[in-house]
Design a protein around this ligand. Structure first.
Ligand SMILES: Nc1nc2c(ncn2[C@@H]2O[C@H](COP(=O)(O)OP(=O)(O)O)[C@@H](O)[C@H]2O)c(=O)[nH]1
Ligand SMILES: [Mg+2]
Length: 383
């Protein structure tokens, strides 16, 4: 998978592409092999909790939702993946809780310490205050243990997260064209990888016909990265030359996807936030040209957020909400982050549906967001 290095290029381009190559999935990772029909990667794309989502996009039949496998073994492996992924974030919280339980009875000082701990864990001041206020209501002046605090925290977090738990549905509303998903977010958050993972899951588990538009037209390696993912997901990639108009790529891809009867179209985009005016112009133009084809397009606008950026994620949501009509979030890199608490603050402050979370680079590491499992893993409560 290193064919892109064999081309002759000028040194500047080479450096750029080297940087981008860092963003490629590790070719030695288990998921980086060609699609393996004997063990479809998406079979591992499951939820650990078969309960129906609190928020549902529509009444789409189950096979238009993100494929899941609810068998006990797979659920268990998912849960341990999530718990493992969130371990840095939860260790920070549970260690902090252990340190603050210095007295037997819950007093104001302990509540203040808990609030500070939650703020430090990236939940944001408003959300932290809300959780602590609820927590103190019934328990003030009573005996309290570490385990009770963890349990109460898990319950408080679950109630904030439940309203945004939302199954991602890929059902085209009128079935006249592909379900069209615009994927946005700043550079490096995991847009391309997430498209690849979703495409692989939908193709291998549900046999969906996928088309992907290479709307990040700035670097050759960005297109080549998408080519690898498309190949893995047996998806058709629609691309143009470097520097091409992203909106033209999106327009052409939609026309083609419709003509060829594709079920889902993913549109990848560039995320150069250092030039907000350009980014805005580009995303707005993509939406505008899609709407020329069909006013209901795009059917979903996913904003991808990188959990390792912590507080920065709040600002990114604000910026992208200004530019496009964000319909849902995917939070990636929870595995490498001690800032998983940011998910709770995002849910509380913006109320946008959270569809999926990423806990690793492999195809199997993208999983449906489950409020309860997430809250319990984060608060360090044994399941
Ligand atoms: N550890 C980890 N890495 C991820 C996850 N999602 C994406 N990545 C990595 O993040 C890097 C940037 O991803 P990419 O999809 O190229 O980001 P883009 O610039 O937004 O398209 C790549 O190395 C991905 O493998 C995740 O959930 N966990
Ligand atoms: Mg990309």
């Amino acid at each position: 998978m290193i064919f892109w290095r064999k081309k002759t290029k000028d040194p500047a381009q080479e450096k750029q592409e080297k940087d981008e190559t860092k963003a490629l999935p590790d070719s030695s990772a288990p998921d980086s092999s060609a699609p393996d029909s004997s063990a479809p990667v998406a079979e591992r794309l499951v939820s650990e909790d078969p309960a129906p989502p609190a928020v549902s996009q529509d009444d789409a039949p189950q096979d238009d939702n993100m494929p899941q496998d609810d068998t006990p073994d797979v659920q268990e492996s998912w849960l341990s993946r999530l718990t493992g992924g969130l371990s840095k974030s939860s260790t920070k919280l549970t260690q902090g809780i252990a340190d603050l339980v210095t007295k037997k009875k819950l007093d104001q000082a302990m509540l203040d310490d808990l609030e500070e701990l939650l703020i430090m864990a990236d939940l944001g001041p408003r959300t932290a205050a809300k959780i602590v206020a609820d927590f103190g209501k019934d328990r003030f002046g009573k005996d309290i243990s570490e385990e009770e605090i963890r349990q109460a925290l898990a319950a408080g977090i679950t109630s904030l997260l439940a309203p945004v738990q939302s199954e991602m549905s890929f059902a085209s509303p009128d079935h006249a064209g592909p379900f069209t998903v615009l994927v946005c977010g700043v550079n490096g958050v995991g847009k391309t990888t997430t498209i690849g993972k979703m495409a692989a899951a939908l193709q291998s588990r549900q046999g969906k016909k996928i088309m992907i538009a290479a709307g990040d037209t700035f670097r050759a390696a960005a297109i080549e990265q998408l080519e690898i993912w498309a190949e893995r997901a047996r998806a058709t990639l629609v691309k143009k030359e470097i520097g091409a108009d992203a909106a033209a790529v999106a327009y052409e891809a939609y026309e083609r996807a419709k003509a060829e009867g594709a079920d889902v179209l993913f549109i990848d985009t560039a995320g150069r936030l250092h030039n907000k005016a350009n980014l805005m112009a580009e995303l707005e133009k993509i939406v505008r040209v899609l709407k020329k084809q069909d006013e209901s397009l795009p059917h979903a606008v996913l904003l991808i957020l990188d959990a390792t950026t912590g507080q920065n994620a709040y600002e990114q949501v604000r910026i992208f909400k200004d530019i496009v009509n964000v319909t849902g979030l995917v939070v990636t890199k929870l595995d490498g982050s001690a800032k998983g608490g940011v998910v709770v603050g995002l849910a509380d402050q913006f109320g946008l549906p959270i569809h999926l979370v990423g806990v690793g680079e492999g195809t199997e590491d993208l999983q449906p967001f489950r409020a309860d499992a997430f809250a319990r893993s984060l608060a360090g409560v044994e399941s």
